[in-house]
Structure formats: structure tokens, C-alpha cells
Ligand binder design. Sequence first.
Ligand SMILES: [Zn+2]
Length: 112
Amino acid sequence: MTEKELEYYEELIKKQIDELQVTIASMMQSVKPIEPDTSIGRLSRMEAIQAKSISESNLRSKRMRLQRLEAALLRIQRGTFGLCSVCEEDIPEKRLKIAPESTVCMDCLTEK
Ligand SMILES: [Zn+2]
């Protein structure tokens, strides 16, 4: 991978990290504990709990993606970015552009 390409991915990853941090911060606002409000009925309380657990798992997956992106940034600095961690072949550009946090190529991913 050329220096120019690495710079491109570094920018891309940093931008995605920024966006994720903003999203996570605003999601944290909505994942507040449910108030034991007696004015809402039993059903709507269950709905509120359900909605809460959905946004919590959503938040978890966002946090995981953030960690993977930060790891990808480290790989850029170490010079191992874009290499499959299983077969050590180059991960196709098309895949990296969609998911720069990828650590395996499509072949190794589907071979599980
Ligand atoms: Zn591979």
C-alpha cells in the first residue's frame, strides 16, 4: 500500500471515529434508566424496557466498532494495515473502503 493510500485510510478512519463518538454520546443520553413512573401503564413500561435494551445493544455494537477503528488506526502506524491477519494477503480495497476496520479478507471470513 502506498503512503498516499495509507493517508486516505487514516483520514477515513479518523472521520468515522469522530462520527461514532458523536453518535455514542447522543445515544448515551437516550439510554438513561427508566423512571418508575406510575402514570405509564404496564404495557408501555414493557415497551420502554424493550426499547432500552435495543438501544443498549446498539450502543454496545457501536462501541465495538469504535474499538476496531482505533485498532485499525494503530495498524496504520505499525504498517500492518490492510493485511489479512489470517493469510497475510492484501485485503481488497473495495472492502477496506466500506469497512476500514477489517482484519481479515473475504476468503478467510467466509472460511470459518
Ligand atoms: Zn485472508
